[in-house]
Design a protein around this ligand. Structure first.
Ligand code: 13P
Length: 257
């Protein structure tokens, strides 16, 4: 649910090192981030959660309040047990994680995650008091064959179906697969029209009166295109990949919000 502020989330994907993370975060934490107008978070590789958590909390002491939120890029659909390599919601919670990306197209594509699995992951996150950032988006082939709306609606429907009224606590990210890491961005009109479809679907599913679930745009968002994208009626923020790895670019996107 939105508090009226935009939300800008960096998805670092499988990038970084202890040293480069430290430099990037130092620059972000030094900047004058206006937490009164924009919420910000970084979703980091799990092995760096402790490092990033510590660096953020060191900065909070002595700050005027508000800080960068911490997020994970995925979570297990299982609670605990014999699932080698997986990380549970309760483990993420120990690191102060407040956001978790579920259903990123790279997980759907390379790890064969289904709509149903993504819905279960969202439920796990919600059950642990974390905000799932539910990613939806069509491939270029699906767009060309006129299936964009049907695809994103189907992906979101699975999450709505399993999570009922708890969907008020999710964040949705529309990430057209063809725009991710390609330098091709959806035009503000293309993005807005899909966001409007998602908004209508959330409203019809009973998103509570007066509450607005945040719908982020992701896919080659950069300092040059952020402002126009973020000024669209139904775009409540951004999920930023490549540009979140460069402090100046990420800060510039935050400033556009
Ligand atoms: P890029 O910003 O690198 O296109 O990545 C978008 C994305 O997948 C964010 O989750």
């Amino acid at each position: 649910m939105t508090n009226g502020k935009k939300l800008i989330v960096g998805n670092w994907k499988m990038n970084g090192s202890a040293q480069s993370n430290f430099h990037l975060l130092t620059q972000l934490l030094r900047a004058d981030l206006r937490f009164d107008v924009c919420d910000t978070a970084v979703c980091v590789p799990s092995v760096y959660l402790q490092q990033v958590k510590t660096q953020i909390s060191d900065q909070i002491q002595g700050s005027k309040g508000g800080s960068i939120g911490l997020g994970a890029q995925d979570v297990s659909a299982h609670e605990e047990g014999a699932y080698t390599g997986e990380i549970s919601v309760s483990m993420l919670r120990e690191f102060g994680v407040s956001y978790v990306i579920v259903g990123h197209s790279e997980r759907r594509q390379f790890h064969h995650e289904t709509d149903q699995l993504v819905a279960i992951k969202a439920k796990r996150a919600l059950g642990a008091g974390m905000t799932p950032i539910v990613c939806v988006g069509e491939t270029s082939q699906e767009r060309e064959s006129g299936m964009t709306e049907a695809v994103v609606r189907r992906q979101l429907a699975a999450v709505i179906h399993l999570n009922g009224h708890c969907i008020n606590e999710i964040v949705v990210a529309y990430e057209p697969v063809w725009a991710i890491g390609t330098g091709l961005t959806a035009t503000p009109e293309q993005a807005q029209s899909v966001h409007a479809v998602l908004r209508a679907q959330l409203d019809a599913a009973g998103a509570e009166n007066g509450r607005r679930i945040r719908i982020l745009y992701g896919g080659s968002m950069n300092p040059a295109n952020a402002k126009t994208l973020l000024s669209q009626r139904d775009i409540d923020g951004g999920l930023v990949g490549g540009a979140s790895l460069k402090a100046v670019d990420f800060l510039s996107i935050i400033a556009s919000a």
